[in-house]
Design a protein around this ligand. Sequence first.
Ligand code: GDP
Ligand code: MG
Length: 444
Amino acid sequence: TLSDRLTATFKNLRGKGRLSDEDIDATAREIRVALLEADVALPVVKDFIAAVKERARGAEVSQALNPAQQVIQIVNDELVRILGGETRRLRFAKQPPTVIMLAGLQGAGKTTLAGKLAMWLKSQGKQPLLVAADLQRPNAVTQLQVVGERAGVAVWAPEPGNGVGDPVAVARSSIEHATSKLYDVVVVDTAGRLGVDEEMMRQAADIRDAVKPDETLFVVDAMIGQDAVTTATAFLEGVGFDGVVLTKLDGDARGGAALSVASVTGRPVMFASAGEKLTDFDVFHPERMASRILDLGDMLTLIEQAQKAFDADQAEEMARKLSAKGGKDFTFDDFLQQMQAIKKMGSFKSLLGMLPGAGQMREALESFDERELDRVQAIVHSMTPAERDNPKIINGSRRARIARGSGRQVSEVNQLIERFFMAREMMSQAARGKLGGLGNMPGM
Ligand code: GDP
Ligand code: MG
């Protein structure tokens, strides 16, 4: 997976404090492979990588993230932005009915989507009407009628009087019908061909002119990969559309089509369809698709947690205290703060799986007892401010008092104080660059 490959890249990047051009290039190469593997179209990959590199070069050096993590975060942000950023909601017309037109190739999933949309709209308190404006295939009308029945919504089909054999007439008459019968959303299902052709485009454009849709949705099969770009471009020119609906996401497609289409057309992905059942349908979430494309779920969680746990100013202050005067300015309060920062990062054990290159630390971390933090906290809280600032003054009688106050044994207090001095010594050496290793991990 991409995570595995990035782990290798991370190895070279660990220990570096800033984003060099080589760092950015190395990470960009990995991301490029990931995007191509996710079936994102090559020109889109090129543009995308160029944009990411530019942003990465201008990025400020982050205290919380190492360079590779920082680039990944930029990549993720850019993906989310291209996919539509904030979830784009359907716009309903001020004057009902709201008209939604579905366009796309044959087999893309338009008719199925019509049923899913109808059911979803019904659950939002709307009264949808489905319109069978696909008269291309012999059984297309029946298919929509079956779907409508399953969704429990009305279907407007060609009959003498509302246009037999003429999809434009059927579509036009459906609007009058909806207006007089108070249906508030009209979903127009149209015909598609296996490939893009002029006649089909003209018919779709004629239907568009007849119904004046509030939203035209381009429906695309997530599995078609690279072809999505040509198809989307043709539909954008021939019919125009406001949003994209991705279907068949239940397949093993990595979602590259979504990025390609959104990127090339500048239209947001609005809905996702993931199955043949009418309920396998949801509003599209750009962040989820970005993780799917990058296959970086765990890595992104880690990045988020690291950022939350890490306060850059606080860390700078710690580093300063640790590197000066052999670390003597580092107090028990600082010690506690560091432990709390680590605690904020979540359970150590869950972090283990996410950390690239955590191998050597694994054993030590696995024996870490989370309740230890609470015990340490109790002991430190029983110290006076003077004792926390200057632990050297904590003599025997003070230790006995602290033990009583925290409900712990004197031996535990002794142990903690000993550990404090040891940790301070080690961190102070690390801060002065004498030890390799943990330097890049926040809270360490
Ligand atoms: P249309 O030609 O664009 O109207 O496409 P259809 O709605 O007839 O769908 C074509 C085929 O894809 C049908 O067999 C559907 O059951 C299937 N299909 C549609 N959406 C999905 C989906 O999200 N997941 C899966 N697995 N199949 C789907
Ligand atoms: Mg159809």
